[in-house]
Design a protein around this ligand. Structure first.
Ligand code: ZN
Length: 192
């Protein structure tokens, strides 16, 4: 297993729509394990494949480190599609491994239904609400080339522009190895 470097704002792969997975082989299963390990090491609760440089429609989620969600099992979502959104929306402060140290309140539907394949290639339909629904929406947004900051008001986004620019220039202190838009990496000692 290996820890993968995390691509940050505004690398081109983070704006691309993910490619559906047609069949699962050992290399994809290995990649899923690497993604889980990378997410845990970086103390994230979700990770989309393009955040580690892959175009595949694949995300891993594990919200069990969050207080009150210890019993929620980790999820692998292959080719996920949201098939229902609740009318009720809620605000919650989100962060993102591709936007180190940036946290903002994001308004999203409180509940969703999502369809996907798990790593055993079984079709799944899950109804989720609260934090799980939020992380699922955040990760599926990544697979469509959308950052959580894209969901903020125009004013908020304007105010964040200089922070985003600093991230894209590598003027940030992530606790994990990052890949900048120009393809250069900034190594973290934590990943040694
Ligand atoms: Zn994210």
């Amino acid at each position: 297993m290996s820890i993968l470097p995390i691509y940050v704002y505004d690398h081109a792969i983070l704006k691309k729509k993910a490619v559906k997975i047609e069949h699962i082989d050992d290399s994809i299963l290995q990649f899923i394990e690497d993604m889980k390990q990378t997410m845990h090491k970086a103390e994230g609760i979700g990770l989309a494949a393009n955040q580690v440089g892959s175009p595949l429609a694949l995300t891993v989620i594990d919200i069990s480190p969050v207080e009150g969600y210890e019993q929620v099992k980790p999820l692998v979502m292959i080719n996920p599609e949201i098939t229902y959104y609740s009318d009720e929306e809620t605000d919650y402060e989100e962060g993102c491994l591709s936007l180190p140290h940036l946290r903002e309140l994001v308004l999203r539907p409180e509940a969703i239904q999502v369809q996907f394949y798990n790593e055993q290639i079984q079709p799944q339909t899950i109804e989720a609400d609260g934090l799980l629904a939020r992380v699922m929406q955040h990760e599926i947004d990544h697979l469509n080339g959308i950052y959580f900051t894209d969901r903020l008001s125009q004013l908020k986004r304007t105010l964040l522009q200089s922070k985003l620019r600093r991230i894209s220039k590598g003027e940030t202190t992530a606790d994990y190895t990052i890949v900048l838009p120009d393809g250069s990496t900034i190594q973290s000692e934590n990943d040694q």
